[in-house]
Structures are given as structure tokens and as C-alpha cells.
Design a protein around this ligand. Structure first.
Ligand code: PGA
Length: 240
């Protein structure tokens, strides 16, 4: 299976000129998640776009929010939902995430759902990590039919929080095991036939192969390295 590579720009870069330069490096097949303000400027038929977040209502008095319908209308294909930076620092709860996922699937926006444990949980061991992730997935995907999740190709990204932006990636074999666990959980609890689970957390051109070499790992969600043109070039070349 072809590996999925998604670039999460987070709140970067700070000018439309830099955004335009960066997008030129992202060849066909990559999913790029720029800040909302750049969507209209970065039109590129070869690239699939993702939002970094989305709201659950279609329209109305919700200052500052952007709806799934608006994104669909702009040609955005995916929405990243439940990123740990939003969960940890912006008060995003599993209930909010569940509403966002439902609203996205309702209009046909594909979802990249992020899950992953803190260092404190990690230190408690494998069982604690699995219990935590099971809890996240169960709450985030609560009452959503397997038909919907499947039809709209739900993607899950396993992003251990302690590995995000730290330069300390998860050990690839550990990531493989956790991702295998997530895949099995999605099959047994949500009836998803072929789950797609990515790894994210300090992925770069040096280590990406060590993750995507495994059948269980469907690709990578890349943050920091996706802002460096040379890294982007190398990563995409490696995954061709
Ligand atoms: P990172 O971010 O690659 O900078 O660790 C990954 C992410 O937050 O999706």
C-alpha cells in the first residue's frame, strides 16, 4: 500500500510568500495542512489539503470558527482533528472532538484523528498506554457508524505527546506495536476493515523510513520537518 504523508504546518509560516514557496516543494500525493488563511492562496491541483482543525456547526454565530462545509466548498479534502496541541493547550475535549468528527464525516470531509499518550502515562508502561489510547478512541468515535468511518476512510495518527516537536521520536518498533494495537482495536470495536494508522512525532528525512517500513504503519504525520524545504524534498523522494 502506498504510504500516506501528511505535513502539518501548525501556525507557520508567517507570510504568504513563504507559504507559497513551501507549497512548491510538496509534490503530488502529499497532504498539506496549512493555517486556514492560506487555503485560498495555495491552490495546487496536485496537492491534497487538510485543515488543522474544524468546528462542528455548519454556520452561524460562532466567532472565529470554520465549518466543515466551508472547507469542503474550498476543495479541502481532510481535517486533522484532536491534535494534542489543541487537546493540551486549547481545552479540546473528547466530546468536542467527537462532534467535530461527526460534522466532518457528515459533509464528506475525511478525518485524520490524532491520539497519543503523555510521558507520565508512557512511564507507567505498555498497558497504561493502551488503556489511554483505547479511552481516547472510544470517546472520539462514540456512536459513529463503521459504515461512515469506512466510507470516508478515517485515518488515525498515533502521536505520542512526548515525541512531538522534541526531536525524540518514538522507537520505531514501539510505534509499530502501538499502531498494531490501534489497528486491531479499530477492527474489533468499530468494524473498520482496513484501518490506516500513521505515526507522528519528530519524523524527519533521517528516520521516516524506519517507521514506514512496517506494514502496520500507514505513513507519517510530519510537523517541524515539513517547514524545511530540503527536508520536504528528501522525505517525498524517499517515499516515492
Ligand atoms: P513534529 O510534529 O513532527 O514537529 O514532532 C508532529 C505533529 O505535531 O503532528
Amino acid at each position: 500500500m502506498k504510504k500516506i504523508i501528511a505535513f502539518n504546518w501548525k501556525m507557520n509560516p508567517v507570510s504568504k510568500k513563504e507559504a507559497g514557496d513551501l507549497i512548491k516543494e510538496c509534490s503530488s500525493g502529499a497532504i498539506v495542512a496549512p493555517p486556514f488563511v492560506y487555503f485560498g492562496l495555495l491552490k495546487n491541483k496536485k496537492i491534497k489539503f487538510a485543515s488543522q482543525d474544524v468546528f462542528w456547526e455548519e454556520s452561524g454565530a460562532y466567532t472565529g470558527e470554520v465549518s466543515p462545509k466551508m472547507l469542503k466548498d474550498l476543495g479541502v479534502e481532510y481535517a486533522i482533528i484532536g491534535h494534542s496541541e489543541r487537546r493540551q493547550h486549547l481545552g479540546e475535549t473528547d466530546e468536542m472532538i467527537n462532534r467535530k468528527i461527526r460534522a466532518s464525516l457528515f459533509v464528506g470531509l475525511k478525518v485524520i484523528l490524532c491520539v497519543g499518550e503523555t510521558l507520565v502515562i508512557r512511564k507507567k508502561g505498555k498497558k497504561a498506554v493502551e488503556t489511554f489510547i483505547k479511552k481516547q478512541l472510544s470517546a472520539d468515535l462514540k456512536n459513529i457508524s463503521s459504515f461512515k468511518l469506512q466510507a470516508l476512510s478515517l485515518i488515525v495518527a498515533y502521536e505520542p505527546i512526548w515525541a512531538i516537536g522534541t526531536g525524540v521520536a518514538c522507537d520505531p518498533e514501539d510505534a509499530r506495536k502501538t499502531i498494531e494495537f490501534i489497528g486491531e482495536f479499530l477492527v474489533s470495536n468499530f468494524g473498520i476493515k482496513k484501518p490506516v494508522v500513521l505515526y507522528g512525532g519528530s519524523v524527519n528525512s533521517q528516520n521516516i523510513k524506519s517507521f514506514v517500513q512496517f506494514n502496520e504503519i500507514g505513513g507519517a504525520l510530519v510537523g517541524g520537518a515539513s517547514l524545511k524545504k530540503e527536508e520536504v524534498k528528501k522525505i517525498l523522494k524517499l517515499l516515492k
